[in-house]
Each structure stands twice: as C-alpha cells, then as structure tokens.
Write a protein that binds this ligand. Structure first.
Ligand code: ADP
Ligand code: MG
Length: 240
C-alpha cells in the first residue's frame, strides 16, 4: 500500500504541493483529479522518488527512497523517457537486468503483444511515435510486477486499442492486489473503474471521496469537480 503523509514541495518559493496526505490500499484504484497545474505530477514525482520534499512517503511500509520501495514501485511518467539508442526489446532487457528479473522474457513478449508492439521490437526509441513510446514505457513499468503503480495522465496520446488494453491491465493489476494511482484531468477516462478519488487544486487536496460515498449520497463526481475547481476561483474555502 501507498502512504503519503504531509508532503509539501516547493520549487524555489512556489508551493506546488502543500501538506498533501492520502493512502491507497492494496487492490484499490485511486484517481488524482485536478486541472492543469494543480500539482498532480509533482506529488507523483515525489512518490516516485524523483524530487526532494518535506513529509513522508512509504511504499508497503518502506520509505520511498529505499531500495525495497523502488523494487515495489512502477511509474509511468507523463512524458515517456526512452533511450534513443536502445531498441524496444533492449528497453525490456535493460529493465530486466536492472531489477535482476528471472524468467521475464515470456512476460515481456506478452506485454508487447498486448500493446501491439511485437513487430516493433527492433525499432529504436528515437524511431517511435509519442504513443508508441508511451506504450513501451507502460510495458517497462509492468515488467517488474510492481505492487504500487503510478500512472501520470496515462491515456494521453494513446490510440483506442491501447486505451482499452491499458484499462484491462489496470483492472488485472487491481485484482492482483496492486495499489494504483492514476492522475488525470479527464474524468470520463476513469469513470468506470475508480475506487477512490482525491481532487487537487492549487497544490492541496481540496476534496476526497470513495466511490461508495458518491454512490451512497447520489453526489455527482463531475459536478463536485467543477464546484471545486471553478468555485475556488471565487472563494477560498478549504476542504469540501
Ligand atoms: P499538474 O500535473 O497537476 O498539471 P504539476 O505538478 O506539473 O501540475 O505543476 C504544479 C505547479 O508547479 C505548476 O504551477 C507548475 O508550473 C509548477 N512546476 C512544476 N514543475 C516545476 C519546476 N520544475 N519548477 C518550477 N515550477 C514547477
Ligand atoms: Mg501533470
């Protein structure tokens, strides 16, 4: 499971995340909603161990910068960062070696097949479109079979087949017991399968709901989202 406790992140004097806390349990799909600039990528990068911050983040009880936490974590960044000079297959090989994976080839083949990359194995990173790079990035992250998975705007740039496959994969990972965080500004793309949501605005968690709460109260997630993100322009109310 993932625990984010009182994380504050500043870029210089600018506060991009302010006292952010949330938890995601095993088998839970949690969606991080918020408009552009709300601070979603910042908290995700902090969880992934890419930024210095104040606060505490643990992955299955281990501080996020520990080796064990890194082993347990899968991160699919907003912008795929592939190696220009490695082929698609070499990316898989690179991950397998870095994580000392055993018997990974079959899994790698299967992932590439699912994302229609099996005929692209010999293509270099630099030869791939943004969408293909995103798919390789997903395959690389899944190869290690992470227990906590961070997806930053994963649907952007993917074709309909890849979106369908990604959604199926996310549900499989949930069933296998992974804790999953998906950031998005597109409510529609996650509406079918979210279990909990945190809505970010101006670096803070402005509201949080479980699916049960929303369904039980008859509240509308989209209406809540707009109330928070557009209502905030007029008022300075705190957590709703
Ligand atoms: P989101 O992913 O929700 O769109 P980000 O976390 O990327 O938001 O950004 C939150 C805020 O922090 C934005 O105002 C953005 O301009 C700022 N920001 C992000 N990265 C940096 C950086 N490296 N240096 C300075 N400001 C940054
Ligand atoms: Mg972002």
């Amino acid at each position: 499971m993932l625990r984010v406790n009182n994380v504050t992140k500043k870029y210089g004097k600018f506060v991009a995340n302010e006292d952010v806390s949330f938890e995601i349990n095993a088998g839970e799909i949690s969606v991080l909603l918020g408009p552009n600039g709300a601070g979603k990528s910042t908290i995700i990068k902090s969880i992934a161990g890419l930024l210095k911050f104040n606060g505490l983040i643990t992955i299955h009880g281990n501080e996020n910068k520990s080796m064990q936490a890194k082993r347990d974590l899968g991160y699919i960044p907003e912008m795929p960062a592939l190696y220009d000079m490695l082929t698609v297959w070499e990316h898989m090989e690179f991950v397998a070696r870095a994580y000392s994976l055993k018997d990974w080839k079959e899994n790698a083949e299967e992932l590439l097949r699912r994302f229609e990359l099996d005929d692209k194995k010999k293509k270099l990173g630099s030869e791939l479109s943004k969408g293909m790079q995103q798919k390789v990035s997903i395959c690389c992250a899944m190869l290690t079979q992470p227990k906590v998975i961070l997806f930053d705007e994963p649907m952007v740039g993917l074709d309909p087949h890849a979106i369908k496959e990604l959604k199926a994969l996310i549900l499989e990972k949930k069933r296998e017991g992974a804790a999953i965080l998906i950031s998005t500004h597109m409510l529609d793309s996650v509406n079918e399968f979210w279990d909990s949501t945190n809505i970010m605005m101006n670096g803070k968690i402005a509201a949080r709901r479980t699916r049960q709460e929303i369904e039980g109260s008859g509240e509308d997630l989209e209406a809540l989202f707009f109330h928070i993100t557009e209502g905030e322009k007029r008022t300075t109310e705190g957590e709703v």
